[in-house]
Design a protein around this ligand. Structure first.
Ligand SMILES: [Zn+2]
Length: 351
């Protein structure tokens, strides 16, 4: 169910719910914003997600901190980050530094940011990522190019403080005069924090549930055998169990919405439909790059999209391998070819 919400202009605040104000941080992509939620109780503001560290977003925060005195003056400010991606964690370090704020994150996300920053700041031995992309069937020219995802990370994330307050699944966070349960999901990122106020019927979902797009679920070269798709599907089932259907969902992108369980059903059905298209295609051996058309229904052959599509296709293929439905064989050329295992379950009984 969509609700008649209009988003606030960049650098301005709208009231989204009692004690919850809504800001939009600008992003320089087709997806041009991330939602920031300010949980306020008069004495303390918990900022949930921060946007990227870039000049436009620094300006938005300057405007906010100078024109909404309650934020900068008087009350204490704390920063809570849902997950490691640049559009969520980017400004966290800068805000913590500027405001003397405490940072709250799960361990999986905090450590992943530190690793990503470290890797991007050191010249990673090319072989580390090259074999992953060669195995996926990338052409040599694409393999030789520096990773856009990795290069962009360092530029867009201000340094995190060396200490933080750890969030765990099931923890209670007090904010906006109510209690919020931390619910950790996975698949899109290692230990993504969502916040659920049962009392207020509010669910801050980050990227774990989005109203209009499905979040990227990717395997990376660090752990080529990983099965994040299982984590993603398990998280959908877990959220259906733990979060009531009648909440107002406050997502990280696009507009607040109602109908959480319908949206979870849609996301799950969409993923299973993609996996079924993949199963059909795997009647003949395929490289990862050959699965893009069946999976994503279009040609993807360069840039950041190629990197994202490779990670997501690998996540789908690993899911089938972990279920015993598919196998892969590495050729003398270093390229993996995947096919359905003979006698494996048919698409109809594999849901
Ligand atoms: Zn994300």
């Amino acid at each position: 169910m969509s609700i008649a919400f209009l988003p606030p202009p960049v650098g301005n605040l709208y009231q989204a719910a009692l004690g919850v104000r809504w800001m939009r941080a600008p992003l320089p992509f087709a997806l041009d914003h991330v939602n920031v939620w300010l949980l306020e109780d008069g004495e303390r503001t918990v900022v949930v997600d921060t946007g990227m560290d870039n000049p436009a977003n620094r300006e938005a925060w300057d405007h906010l901190l100078s024109s909404h005195g309650g934020l900068a003056a008087g009350g204490r400010i704390e920063v809570l980050v849902t997950h490691m991606h640049v559009d969520h964690v980017g400004m966290a370090g800068a805000l913590v530094d500027r405001l003397g704020a405490q940072l709250h994150m799960t361990e999986g996300e905090y450590e992943s940011v530190r690793r990503a920053v470290l890797e991007a700041s050191q010249a990673l031995p090319p072989r580390a990522r090259h074999s992953f992309f060669r195995a996926a069937g990338w052409p040599d020219a694409a393999i030789a190019e520096p990773s856009l995802l990795q290069g962009g990370y360092l530029q867009s994330v201000s340094p995190l403080p060396h200490h933080y307050s750890r969030l765990r699944d099931g923890d209670t966070v007090m904010a906006a005069s109510t209690s919020w349960e931390v619910i950790a999901g996975s698949g899109h990122s290692p230990e993504h924090a969502c916040l659920y106020s049962e009392e207020r019927r509010l669910f801050i979902s980050g990227d774990q549930v989005l109203p209009r797009i499905s979040s990227n679920v990717s395997v990376t070269f660090h752990e080529p055998e990983a099965n994040p798709m299982q984590g993603w599907l398990d998280s959908i089932a877990m959220l259906r169990e733990r979060v009531a259907d009648d909440v107002l969902v406050l997502p990280a992108h696009h507009l607040p919405f109602k109908g959480l369980h319908d949206r979870l059903d849609q996301l799950e059905a969409g993923q299973h439909a993609a996996l079924d298209r993949l199963r059909d295609a795997l009647s003949a051996p395929l490289r990862i790059v050959d699965t893009f058309v069946p999976l994503f229904r279009r040609v993807i052959d360069h840039g950041v999209e190629l990197e994202l599509a490779t990670g997501e296709a690998a996540a789908c293929l690993n899911y089938l391998m972990h279920r015993g439905e598919a196998i892969k064989e590495r050729g003398a050329d270093g390229v993996d070819r995947y096919r359905l295992r003979e006698g494996s379950a048919s698409p109809l009984d594999a849901g």
